[in-house]
Design a binder for this molecule. Structure first.
Ligand SMILES: Cc1ncc(COP(=O)(O)O)c(C=O)c1O
Length: 445
């Protein structure tokens, strides 16, 4: 089925969303306030979620494998989380002072993630990565940071570099050039961001060695997330740990997505401890959140005792009690059994999708770890980085997204998805069945 036909089907089903989008265009630029969720001609408007399901403004029910971009690990509106939010909301929504809840959530995080001796809270993953790199610059006194091609770390200037660069003009695979993700990224930032090739240990270490004296931080996701859920090759993370330690560079693991992979995040899964870690998504139980933490000595730059801190970090809603309590309830529900369930479901989904692709002779792959997965519309050579994950037909991810929407499944536009605790085999089977229907429609194009 062509994209036009799929969109026509979607439009026929979603008149209320279209009407809301028309109103939105009068007050929001392009009707939009979150680029990620926009699709042409308009996104669906959500009205309700419960467990693994989400409903739109036109009353359509869908199975939600997007989970607010991997945040909703317990599904929508888990009763234990809703209960504590409701209870606390009646006692005040936010305060001009700390609350016990922030101490408790910080305790949970430092217990689960041994490399985090101290933690600070923010309201988004963007702020977390922004403050982690500022902290690293303050701690080392060096100006530059390094990040990987394809990696997304939020919307501040320092990380709006080489996210999905057009490969022409982005340098060679082993020596990528910094490419601004959009207009408005200052040239000074581009001069101070070194772009590294994911999963190319030799080239990567050579670049770090060469720029070491100026590098404050190497920032990476231990499993590349938005770039396509691409795990590190064997030995890659230990090599990054070794080279950064040798040069006194702060190694920052961005675990905004990957913290969901085990009780201690991807760093415990792969056995590599960074100096700093950033968090977001699941640790707020569905509310706006971010956090960063790490070695007490590095985090000491934020310590306000004894006069001015080296780095000040305000934030009107930092560590607000509702978010902190929702995060605690969520992490309490993530028992070893819950992780085992998520891993089993994730493995089963990937296996069944692989079988489907093989049976249909489709040139596509599925990558992933634990509860995270991503569909790739590429030939069968391994997906190891952003460049190898680019679809042969650039329109295919969008056709798949809209096709799945029409079949009652919500994924993300780029093909990344996650299973959540309230899902079971029936939801995985429904996903695979719907994907099969989308592939049938593709075959009829
Ligand atoms: C790895 C990673 N870091 C940082 C962010 C930014 O988080 P937020 O959207 O909360 O600002 C994201 C968002 O998707 C992310 O995936």
């Amino acid at each position: 089925m062509s994209l036009e036909t799929l969109i026509a089907d979607y439009q026929a089903k979603t008149p209320r969303s279209r009407a809301l989008f028309e109103e939105a265009q009068r007050v929001l630029p392009g009707g939009n306030t979150r680029t990620t969720v926009f699709i042409d001609p308009y996104p669906f408007y959500a009205v309700r979620g419960a467990g693994p399901r989400i409903w739109d403004a036109d009353g359509h029910e869908r199975l939600d494998f997007n989970g607010n971009y991997t945040s909703l690990i317990l599904g929508h509106a888990p009763p234990a989380v809703v209960e504590v939010v409701r209870e606390l909301a009646e006692r005040g929504l936010s305060f001009p002072g700390p609350s016990e809840h922030e101490v408790r959530l910080a305790e949970v995080l430092t217990r689960r993630v041994p490399s985090c001796e101290r933690v600070r809270f923010t309201n988004s993953g963007t702020e977390a990565t922004m403050l982690a790199v500022r902290g690293a610059r303050a701690y080392t006194g060096r100006p530059k940071i390094a990040k990987f091609e394809g990696s997304y770390h939020g919307t501040h200037d320092w990380v709006q570099v080489s996210i999905t660069p057009p490969v022409e003009g982005a340098g060679s695979r082993r020596r990528p050039k910094p490419v601004p993700a959009g207009a408005g990224v200052p040239p000074a930032v581009l001069k101070n961001v070194l772009v590294l090739p994911w999963n190319q240990p030799e080239a990567c270490l050579a670049r770090i060695d060469r720029h070491a004296r100026e590098l404050a931080a190497v920032l990476c996701e231990p499993v590349q997330g938005a770039a396509g859920v691409i795990p590190p090759v064997d030995g890659f993370l230990p090599a990054l740990r070794e080279v950064t330690s040798r040069h006194g560079i702060v190694l920052v693991f961005d675990e905004v997505i990957t913290f969901r992979l085990s009780p201690g995040g991807a760093q415990t899964l792969y056995g590599v401890a960074p100096d700093l870690t950033t968090f977001g998504k699941i640790i707020g139980g569905g509310l706006a959140v971010g956090a960063f933490g790490g070695r007490a000595e590095v985090m000491g730059v934020f310590d306000p005792r004894g006069g001015k801190p080296k780095v000040a970090q305000g934030g009107t809603f930092n560590a607000n009690p509702l978010t902190m309590a929702a995060g605690i309830r969520t992490l309490e529900a993530l028992t070893p059994e819950a992780y085992a369930h998520l891993d089993r479901l994730g493995n089963s989904l990937r296996e069944k999708v692989r079988k489907l692709f093989r049976a249909r002779g489709v040139r596509a792959q599925v990558t992933g770890v634990g509860s995270l997965f991503c569909l790739h519309w590429t030939p069968r050579r391994p997906v190891i980085d952003f460049r190898s994950s680019r679809p042969v037909d650039p329109e295919q991810p969008l056709r798949t997204y809209v096709g799945l929407l029409n079949e009652g499944i919500l994924l993300s536009q780029r093909g990344m998805g996650a299973v959540s605790v309230p899902m079971g085999d029936a939801e995985v089977d429904r996903f695979v069945e719907a994907l099969g229907q989308v592939l049938d429609a593709e075959a009829r194009r």
